[in-house]
Ligand binder design. Structure first.
Ligand code: TRP
Length: 335
């Protein structure tokens, strides 16, 4: 387990156990996290408390939490280097979230675009947790005095509010929380929908052909790529109005490490059909070892339990310090 006294900067991130991790999540986020482990002190979590802001079926939820944990490891996150824990196992998260709720304004939570979107989508269940989701996320980050948080565009606003809450708290009580910065990956692939390449790939898209899951079967992956929407041109090259092909080239490049020029040269004189099949094949090969490792982990529950217990032990120790500090500043009496 890394020593917290190391001078390495702290990076914290989390994923929700939503059941499906897409190729977009992998190429845009997870794969970069794996690389970050070398240069930073990384801490990762499965954000299961966040997940219940929408209704979960208990049996599926339980499985999804474990799957998300196993998938993080399968993607290459090494729990002996970077603690990986399950959010609900570390009680400081819910506790700090409560405190932070009292330093967060109704108005600023109302302006969160994700809240507005989600409350429209789940209009039958606009619960208070959905509303205060950002304060829990702020707690996740601030508890570990994280220097940086790798976030996609959809989570940027949540990181900003975390900074604002921290700044406000520090302003009242003196320096308590480190202000986290967004970590922008140098080479973060932005993977678009295979069916509407002007939109980001998202598992919530009801057209299942628009996204590829990291755990999709090879034949499913191939089928989805073969059906990918392209254009009426015939040349495999990056261009305006060629969103579908641009996206496929981006995926091919992310997976093989080849530049778009190299890919264009390779497919000169070949049609879109050949290209789509080649991208499908390259993605299948990229995901194959991950899928194999995932199956190994998920069939070795004892190992997973051992790792998530170690992870939460570490996380609790570290986060308790911050929670204690914040409580003392507010004026709570020590136990
Ligand atoms: N809200 C994030 C998402 O849905 C997940 C998350 C929870 C997170 N806590 C976090 C991300 C802390 C970064 C840091 O993607």
């Amino acid at each position: 387990m890394p020593e917290t006294t190391e001078k390495k900067k702290v990076i914290l991130s989390a994923i929700q156990p939503s059941g499906t991790i897409t190729l977009g999540n992998y190429l845009g986020a997870l794969r970069n996290w794996v690389k970050l482990q070398e240069d930073y002190h990384c801490i990762f979590a499965v954000a299961d408390l966040h997940a219940i802001t929408v209704r979960q079926e208990p049996k599926t939820f339980r499985q999804n939490i474990l799957n998300a944990y196993a998938l993080l490891l399968a993607c290459g996150i090494d729990p002996t280097k970077s603690p990986v824990f399950i959010q609900s196992h570390v009680h400081t998260h819910a506790e700090l979230a409560w405190l932070l709720n009292c330093y967060t304004q109704f108005g600023e939570l109302s302006r969160m675009t994700q809240f507005k979107d989600k409350s429209q989508k789940h209009s039958d269940n606009v619960n208070a947790g959905l509303f205060t989701y950002p304060t829990l996320m702020a707690a996740d980050i601030l508890l570990y005095q994280a220097d940086m948080v790798p976030v996609g565009a959809d989570q940027k606003q949540h990181l900003e509010i975390a900074r604002n809450i921290a700044e406000r708290f520090n302003g009242i009580y003196g320096n308590t929380f480190k202000l986290p910065e967004p970590y922008i990956a140098q080479v973060g692939a932005r993977v678009m929908s295979l069916q509407d390449p002007t939109k980001k790939m998202s598992k919530s898209d009801e057209n299942v052909n628009s996204w590829v899951a990291v755990l999709d079967k090879p034949e499913t992956i191939m089928k989805k790529f073969k059906r990918a929407v392209t254009d009426s041109d015939t040349v495999v090259c990056v261009g305006e109005g060629k969103d579908g092909i641009n996206n496929l080239i981006g995926i091919m490049s992310a997976v093989t490490g080849k530049t778009s020029e190299e890919i264009t040269a390779e497919f000169e004189g070949k049609g879109y059909g050949d290209f789509k099949a080649a991208v499908g094949e390259a993605v299948i090969e990229e995901l194959r070892p991950i899928q194999e490792r995932f199956n190994d982990y998920i069939n070795n529950k004892d190992y997973l339990v051992e790792q998530y217990r170690k992870g939460s032990e570490f996380a609790l120790k570290l986060s308790q310090r911050t929670l204690d500090k914040a409580m003392k500043k507010i004026g709570f009496i020590a136990k």
